[in-house]
Design a protein around this ligand. Structure first.
Ligand code: FES
Ligand code: FES
Length: 877
């Protein structure tokens, strides 16, 4: 190891003299030695996300790409170093614009905004987009970030500060809970937490997609000074196998077993510092017998294919939806079309990589700080690995920096907890970007063969579909994703005859699991394509074709559920009609797509909403719920519901997600947290409101606990043979129009969404804008090929996520079709925003150049070529 160097520089006006290793980055120095938290690690050392921005001698630099010794004698400025008044104003403008969601990327944007406005006090939106183009945000779609910078510019010019909405009831755009602290980077994420005497961990991952583990030798790692413990399968006291639906995923692969994907963990190391832990991890020697991986689902289904996972056949699941007589209906149809549509594997790319912190408590329990999407599932699984009762673990959610489904499965919570148990000291593990991409499940690539018929007027007669999805090495929730694809196989259209088969197949590719849209995106891409083909046959435009087939109250969904309420699809179509025909009549290429997306897991599952309101001595009310805040604004929405019911100001409520109470609601998934969490909070708040009406002040109720629980157990499983099919509690609906410019670039997206009731309109809009951003990337540029089972790239620039300058104008139109089973009429909006997008883009492109595209991403298109994202080197596909 090279000796440390003395580096002297000014940090936020204070002189620093630090001895640092020559390879240490400024980001590491700022975070680990100077306790600066506004600089976040999104991709170190790539320098491609902007989360770690600092000003060095007044110039914006990504601090992960700057060795600390380079700042000798320079001035380094972070958000912490700005005058309090400037910090306050930045926070206010971002919150007023709803310019943040998970908040992980926002401090970088905020500092970049300050830098821009110092040089250009009155920038145009295009100039702002250019200035922030080096930053990635996976949540917002950049629209409201640019709004925030405009507000900040106006305020700095003396044109007045934006008002914040603190009224807080349902229907108001209440300022986001902890929004200012998140904007400034002051609200900690897991990786920002520190504990006295804390150890740092690192994991050893398999370099092979399939291999037999012959021997794991940890002796060299153990001998490295600074290493405190090394864990392998041998050290696990309980059950190594975990999983959300099946216990088929070992937290460590043992000697004698096969590794099944390149995210498998062989060992974990705890050491006095992160660099030592990582060095030790590299010293763990694993001998493998490399085996040929099973990479193609079609091969995986052949009789001679090796079994990928010892706990399943390679065919993980098969979902069948049958209604009517498809064969006869297709034969009698005036028009039929058929085709094979293919979607790709993509990476969630939440900006916050996974991290966990486990800390032994004085009472013998272990406290786990998790950023997972279901802390009670985390607790159940970690307890099982440790061989202890779940009550021996206290799990607290630290609201995460984005998840989108990718943090439903555990990542390194169990390994972190085990190391803390072994050492008796707090342990934190933070994955780097490559490890994150290798370890967590992805969006399913699905191949879909469709045959669809309609009558002479364009009314759909039948859909026949066969879907095969690559679910990778572990089950995760793959069977449910394909079940959801089948259940959304006809899109939001009335189809009297249906035959859909959807299979989830295991391979040695990275696991695929939950990701925003969860099977619906894939099915809609195919179905919308088929609808466009039929419209051309009949001689209808895309809007009219959809209008004639749009689901209404009284119609049956794909699964046969008769819709009895809250179907806002036709209203959405009316909202986009003018934009569609205006574009068409002015000669623009225009495409249209519609969407349906369940709120709630449904399909026969029991689902819960659970909440507790606890009146505290300091005059606040702790609001405990079981669902996860992951940037969508759930905690803000729950506060609004409590405010609306009780009449107390929103600042009274302090939302928390931990295992103080047994509020196990399962994962935040299926666009259900607002629906079921909201119902539970509404119920608990009614109890508090009732007591409040009897007393003079809240203080008289100190110590009272108000309980809210709702059980949803009236949905039906596929093929259950019930008389009354109710696949899901509620559905969101959408219609989106995509308009291209004269060069074939996406110029504008008009997105009308039926959200039941917009509890917080600004947050609703933000969800749709962020989803459209993700949907455009999915349609045009995003992919993660895995040759030999290993992701072809770990570089953020090459994953195809759109930058600010790539975003078109997005017009969000909220439709409120009251949902009687939701709180105040609301239903989920977290996922549906990207369900119609790829179909609408494909339609617009087909109008533009006459090419009907059947494969995502449509990177051969002029719209994709115009994007500023990078390409994966050496990937010709
Ligand atoms: S962490 Fe530095 S640019 Fe991403
Ligand atoms: S708010 Fe930008 S990544 Fe979440």
């Amino acid at each position: 190891m090279a000796p440390k160097q003395l580096v002297e520089f000014s940090l936020n006006g204070r002189w620093q003299s630090l001895a640092v290793p020559p390879e240490e980055s400024l980001l590491e120095t700022l975070r680990n030695r100077c306790r600066i938290l506004s600089t976040k690690d999104g991709c170190q050392p790539q320098g491609q996300c902007g989360c770690c921005l600092a000003l060095i001698d007044g110039l914006p630099k990504v601090s992960c790409a700057v060795p600390t010794h380079r700042v000798q004698d320079k001035e380094v400025l972070t958000l912490e170093g700005l005058p309090e008044e400037e910090r306050r104003l930045i926070g206010r403008c971002f919150v007023a614009a709803a310019g943040l969601q998970c908040g992980y990327c926002i401090p970088g944007f905020a500092l970049q905004a300050k830098n821009l406005l110092d040089r250009n006090p009155n920038p145009s939106r295009d100039e702002i987009a250019r200035a922030i183009n080096g930053h990635l945000c996976r949540c917002t779609g950049y629209v409201k970030i640019i709004d925030a910078v405009e507000l900040l510019a106006a305020a700095r010019r003396g044109e007045g500060e934006p008002e914040l909405d603190w009224t807080g009831g349902v229907g108001s755009s209440l300022a986001r809970y902890q929004g200012t602290a998140m904007t400034l980077g002051d609200r900690p994420f897991v990786d920002d937490l520190q504990r006295p005497d804390m150890l740092h961990g690192a994991v050893v991952l398999s370099p092979h997609a399939r291999a037999r583990v012959e021997r794991i030798d940890t002796s060299a790692a153990q001998a490295l000074p600074g290493v405190v413990a090394v864990a392998t399968a041998k050290e696990v006291p309980g059950d190594r196998w975990v999983g959300l639906l099946y216990d088929d995923w070992p937290v460590f692969v043992a000697e004698g077993e096969e590794v099944r994907c390149v995210g498998d963990v062989l060992a974990a190391v705890a050491a006095e510092d992160e660099a030592t832990a990582r060095r030790a991890a590299r010293l763990v020697k694993v001998d493998y017998e490399v085996l040929e991986p099973v990479l193609e689902p079609v091969w995986a289904l052949e009789r001679d294919a090796p079994q990928v996972n010892p706990r399943h056949e390679n065919l993980l699941s098969e979902t069948v939806v049958e209604r009517g007589d498809v064969e006869a209906a297709l034969a009698a149809s005036a028009h039929t079309v058929s085709g094979t549509w293919r979607t790709q594997r993509i990476e969630h790319l939440y900006l916050e990589p996974e991290s966990a912190l486990a800390e032994p408590l004085a009472d013998g329990r272990l406290k786990l700080y998790s950023q997972g999407q279901g802390i009670f599932d985390d607790r159940r699984q970690v307890a099982s690995v440790l061989g202890v009762a779940p009550q021996q673990l206290h799990v607290e959610l630290v609201p995460n920096g984005g998840a989108f489904g990718g943090k439903e499965d555990m990542s390194i919570q169990a390994q972190t907890a085990l190391l803390a148990r072994m050492t008796g000291r707090p342990v934190k593990i933070a994955l780097n970007r490559e490890e994150s991409i290798r370890l967590h499940p992805k969006r399913h690539p699905i191949t879909m063969r469709y045959k669809v018929g309609c009558d002479a007027e364009g009314r759909l007669t039948a859909v026949e579909a066969d879907m095969i999805g690559d679910t990778g090495a572990y089950a995760s929730v793959g069977s449910k994703v394909l079940e959801r694809a089948a259940g959304h196989g006809c899109g939001p259209y009335r189809v009297p005859n249906v035959s859909v088969v959807a299979r989830a197949v295991m391979t040695n590719n990275p696991p695929c699991g939950a990701m925003r849209g969860f099977g619906a995106n894939q099915a809609h891409f195919a179905m919308e394509g088929a609808l466009d083909l039929l419209a051309a046959e009949v001689g209808l435009d895309g809007w009219e074709m959809r209008w004639r087939n749009a689901l209404e109250v009284g119609d049956a969904t794909t699964t046969g559920q008769i819709l009895e309420k809250s179907v806002g699809l036709k209203q959405c179509l009316l909202e986009v009609k003018e934009a569609y025909f205006e574009a068409m009549n002015s000669g623009r290429a225009v495409g249209i797509g519609c969407g349906i997306k369940n709120s709630g897991i449904g399909n026969g599952a029991q689902e819960w909403g659970r909440a507790r309101l606890v009146v505290e001595e300091d005059g606040t009310v702790s609001l405990f719920n079981g669902y996860t805040e992951m940037g969508q604004g759930l905690l803000t929405v729950l506060v609004q519901i409590a405010t609306e019911v009780t009449g107390l100001p929103p600042s009274t409520f302090n939302p928390q997600v931990d295992s103080t109470f047994e509020l196990d609601c399962g994962q935040t998934t299926g666009s259900r947290a607002t629906l079921f969490g909201g119902l539970a909070v509404e119920k608990a708040a009614k109890g508090l409101a009732s007591d409040l009406s009897e007393v003079r002040s809240l203080r008289e109720l100190v110590g009272n606990i108000y309980k809210g629980e709702v059980l949803i157990d009236d949905t039906t499983a596929p093929g259950a043979g019930s008389d009354r099919i109710k696949t899901h509690t509620a559905y969101g609906f959408a219609a989106q129009v995509c308009i291209l410019d004269a060069e074939g670039r996406v110029e504008r997206v008009v997105a009308a969404h039926d959200v039941g009731k917009a509890i917080n309109p600004a947050l609703c809009e933000g969800q749709v804008e962020g989803s459209v951003h993700m949907g455009l990337g999915y349609a045009l540029t995003e992919e993660l090929p895995c040759p030999n089972g290993m992701p072809a790239t770990f570089k953020l620039r090459e994953l195809g996520v759109l930058r600010a300058r790539d975003m078109p104008q997005v017009d969000v139109l909220l439709v409120e079709e009251h949902e009687p089973e939701g709180p105040f009429g609301a239903k989920g909006v977290g996922e549906i925003g990207l369900v119609p997008t790829a179909g609408a883009v494909a339609g617009a492109l087909a109008t533009f150049d006459g090419i009907r595209r059947y494969r995502l991403p449509m990177k051969d298109s002029p719209a994709a070529r115009a994007m500023s994202v990078g390409k994966i080197r050496g990937n010709p596909s």
